[in-house]
Write a protein of this length. Structure first.
Length: 374
């Protein structure tokens, strides 16, 4: 019954069909865009990120601000080296970040400095230092925002999915995110649900100001969905998927994916033990009970129980196929979705454990457990 509801009535989350159009409409005037990139110890990826933005085919003014957030590596030098011509160097501004201000997360503090240093551009593109944008990325984002009058346009970028652990867990991560924030509901102006993906968020500046500015979400670890939540009451938003703009940060082993999820999973549950318990029970019911039904059906020679478990597993596998197709992965990986769900449940439990040990939200040498009540 749970899977019938999810398949038929939960916002078509599994269709994975919310995408920007490849065709770009010509606007009479292209608005200015300022890109803000918070970067802390990102020497391995920042050059490719900045280069991909300098290479944008955009009809309007496009400037880039990299906020070097107290890095102790060669982040600044790598960012600077991406600009090859004098014109590109004029469009690129490397801002030395100030010491983290009390009450702020590091990323939001860096973003606020970048926005404060931006010119009078109509749009701010917030992106991470490990995102490689396709050449038409900004043009597509702005076209969507201008034609449909949107306050926020966000894409969940394509994540690295090469190693064994990435194949097992990354498409499942995208699938679970779509289930948590059904994109069709996020994109419905009449639905209160708001969500975004932090790797790529184009926000209309006047709407950000009307919503109270970045300071409204200064203490939020899950800043992308928090930003969407303050923008949507001002103007409609849009969230979708992309095959072309992609993350270049690898997650080669289980530990790196585990750390990514454990950093914010308990934050998503608002540090609530009851929500944690409910999540564990739900994950067991949704992803593990079909497997248990099959095992018990075989052991007890109960054909009805075996058929029930098998049918439910088949529905689960079928709904996972569009996301696997997005990542060009074999349908075989859909069979392992219960295993992926089990591992993500363990990561969520570990996220709570880290929080109570005072290591919640750990990222780039910072923890944010003390922000939980703000």
């Amino acid at each position: 019954m749970i899977w019938l509801y999810l398949t038929l009535f939960h916002g078509r989350f599994w269709h994975a069909d919310q995408r920007l159009a490849d065709e770009i409409s010509e606007l009479s005037e292209w608005p200015g865009v300022t890109v803000v990139i918070p970067a802390r110890n990102e020497e391995k990826t920042i050059n490719r990120t900045v280069r991909s933005l300098l290479d944008q085919r955009y009809g309007g003014t496009l400037s880039i601000i990299v906020v070097n957030d107290n890095s102790d590596d060669s982040t600044e030098a790598e960012a600077l080296s991406a600009a090859l011509t004098s014109e590109e160097k004029q469009r690129l501004n490397i801002l030395t970040g100030q010491v983290l201000k009390e009450g702020w997360t590091g990323k939001m503090w860096a973003v606020s400095q970048g926005i404060a240093a931006a010119d009078a551009s109509e749009y701010i593109l917030l992106t991470d230092a490990d995102i490689e944008h396709e050449p038409n990325s900004v043009q597509k984002l702005v076209t969507k925002a201008e034609i449909e009058g949107l306050g926020l346009v966000s894409q969940m970028v394509r994540l690295e999915c090469t190693s064994l652990w990435e194949r097992l867990l990354i498409p499942a991560f995208v699938y679970f995110f779509q289930k948590l924030y059904p994109f069709s509901r996020v994109n419905d102006p009449d639905n209160r649900l708001a969500g975004a993906a932090g790797g790529c968020m184009l926000v209309r500046r006047e709407d950000l100001d009307a919503a109270g500015g970045i300071e409204r979400i200064k203490d939020k670890v899950i800043d992308d969905c928090s930003l969407a939540a303050i923008i949507k009451p001002v103007r409609p938003i849009w969230l979708g998927l992309t095959e072309h703009t992609r993350s270049i940060r690898p997650y080669d082993d289980l530990a790196s994916i585990w750390g990514m999820v454990a950093r914010t999973a308990y934050v998503q549950l608002r540090f609530n033990p009851l929500l944690l318990l409910g999540t564990i029970i739900s994950m067991v019911l949704i992803y593990l009970s079909p497997v248990s039904a099959i095992v018990m059906g075989i052991w007890a020679q109960d054909g009805a129980l075996l058929m029930l478990g098998g049918t439910t597993w088949l529905i689960m596998w079928w709904t996972f196929l569009p996301t696997l197709d997005l990542y060009n992965k074999s349908a075989f990986w859909g069979v392992l979705l219960p295993l992926s769900g089990f591992l993500y449940t363990l990561m969520t439990i570990d996220s709570a454990r880290r929080h109570y040990l005072g290591r919640g939200g750990a990222w780039k040498g910072r923890t944010y457990t003390k922000l939980k009540k703000s």
